[in-house]
Design a protein around this ligand. Structure first.
Ligand code: NAD
Ligand code: MG
Length: 404
């Protein structure tokens, strides 16, 4: 079957999703070959991955890191090192590439994700921020280029599995009355606002069920992750916002559900391990061994559900308001969140300042139609400047900042 191997470019290969993707690929050497790997600047991790997977290309965003990797890679490894956005675009659009795993974190993933869609690739989408920022452009590119978008975010992967799709993997939400997005509630599910205001970055990153990168872990603690996923669901499944509900399910065993007009509710269950969704995306429409342990329902024993508390977790409301505002509001919300989360991780602001930064940025933004990529990038850049100024003000208050 060697000649039928699918060539995969894994973007963000040194991150949590990237490492899990390579774990699944390594289980199926007869089916997949790594064409390219990419990372921001982690040379040690990239070197080890190049030696293990012998990709044709390794792309480092950071130029110094690229030079260092070139020096350290043995010639016989057969991997050529590329650099920056151009290098990334080349390994995404190359004609030999079949599958692109988009697992860069944050808005930085938008250009390469869009390039993969425009090149008509099978796009395994983990980078939710690209869809939140440029959902209109990305979905249009998928349709026009005949790309195949397979959601990797566990909730959207679950919904995809519970919804009819056509032969080209386009979801057909016929008879669907609602999509029920499950949320674990994160590490602060039972914390008061006063407790959350003292939370440290390590506490916010200690997710009860999932092991993930630090940015998405903070998003999970603030429920902005669910807010971003709410927006993501509207775009991927072409749903009106009122058709998407969020339900807190602390065990993270049901990854999401689809409710039909006849009263049926279909759910996808499994242990909280991203390799299930990744293997589903890599294998679709077939099923592959993912290395995930089988679900033991008796040991799980309970599946609980509760409503999200938007007074303690205002980020969910802010995401919904951004959808209602439309246009570039979602890009603004995403950019302000990225700045606020980075500020919190650097211990510049409190955990409870994150929604305040986002809300004030949204209030000050000019919302326009996201007609082109440059309009979206402009909105993103302005929102970052605005959020950075608000963040500085919170660190050294010159005006009475409103806590929300
Ligand atoms: P991570 O921080 O563990 O890894 C991020 C990867 O992106 C690394 O390889 C890093 O080198 C690269 N990177 C960082 N900044 C970059 C930049 N400016 N340009 C190019 N590359 C850059 O993140 P993660 O947890 O693997 O998450 C990746 C994406 O997948 C995020 O969008 C996240 O929301 C989404 N996601 C993650 C999980 C999960 O379980 N980790 C689940 C669902 C969705
Ligand atoms: Mg998710």
């Amino acid at each position: 079957m060697a000649e039928n191997k699918r060539l995969v470019s894994v973007l963000g290969s040194t991150g949590s999703i990237g490492v899990n993707t390579l774990d699944v690929i390594a289980r199926h050497p007869d089916r997949f070959e790594v064409y390219a790997l990419s990372a921001h600047s982690s040379v040690d991790a990239m070197l080890a991955q190049c030696l293990a997977f012998a990709p044709r290309y390794a792309v480092m965003m950071d130029e110094t890191a690229a030079t260092l990797l070139r020096q350290r890679l043995p010639r016989e490894a057969g991997t050529e090192v590329k650099c920056g956005e151009l290098g990334l675009s080349e390994v995404v659009t190359a004609s030999e590439v079949d599958v692109v795993m988009a697992a860069i974190v944050g808005a930085a993933g938008l250009p390469s994700t869009l390039a993969a869609a425009r090149a008509g690739k099978t796009l395994l989408l983990a980078n939710k921020e690209s869809l939140v920022m440029g959902g209109h452009l990305l979905m249009q590119a998928v349709r026009e280029a005949g790309a195949r978008l397979l959601p990797i975010d566990s909730e959207h992967n679950a919904i995809f599995q519970c919804m009819p799709v056509d032969a080209a993997a386009i979801p057909a939400p016929r008879g669907v009355s609602k999509v029920l997005l499950t949320a674990s509630g994160g590490p602060f599910r039972c914390w008061s606002l006063a407790q959350m205001s003292e939370a440290t970055p390590d506490q916010a990153c200690a997710h009860p069920n999932w092991s993930m990168g630090r940015k998405i872990s903070v998003d999970s603690a603030s429920l902005m992750n669910k807010g971003l996923e709410f927006i993501e669901a509207c775009w991927i499944f072409d749903l009106a916002p009122e058709k998407v509900d969020v339900v807190v399910h602390p065990q993270s065993i049901i990854h999401s559900m689809v409710q039909y007009l006849d009263g049926s509710v279909l759910a996808q269950l499994g242990n909280p391990d991203m390799r299930t969704a990744i293997a589903y995306g890599l294998g679709w429409p077939e099923r592959l061994d993912s290395g995930v342990a089988p679900l033991d329902l008796v040991a799980t024993a309970r599946l609980d559900f509760e409503s999200p508390d938007e007074s303690r977790f205002p980020c969910l409301r802010l995401a919904r308001e951004s959808v209602a505002a439309g246009g570039t509001a979602m890009a603004v919300c995403n950019a302000a969140n990225e700045v606020a989360v980075a500020g919190f991780l650097e211990a510049k602001i409190r955990f409870t300042d994150i929604p305040a930064v986002i809300e004030h940025t949204l209030e000050q933004a000019d919302i326009v139609e996201p007609t082109t990529m440059s309009v979206v990038e402009e909105a993103d850049a302005r929102a970052r400047e605005c959020a950075a100024a608000i963040l500085a003000d919170l660190q050294h208050p010159t005006s009475a900042m409103k806590q929300i």
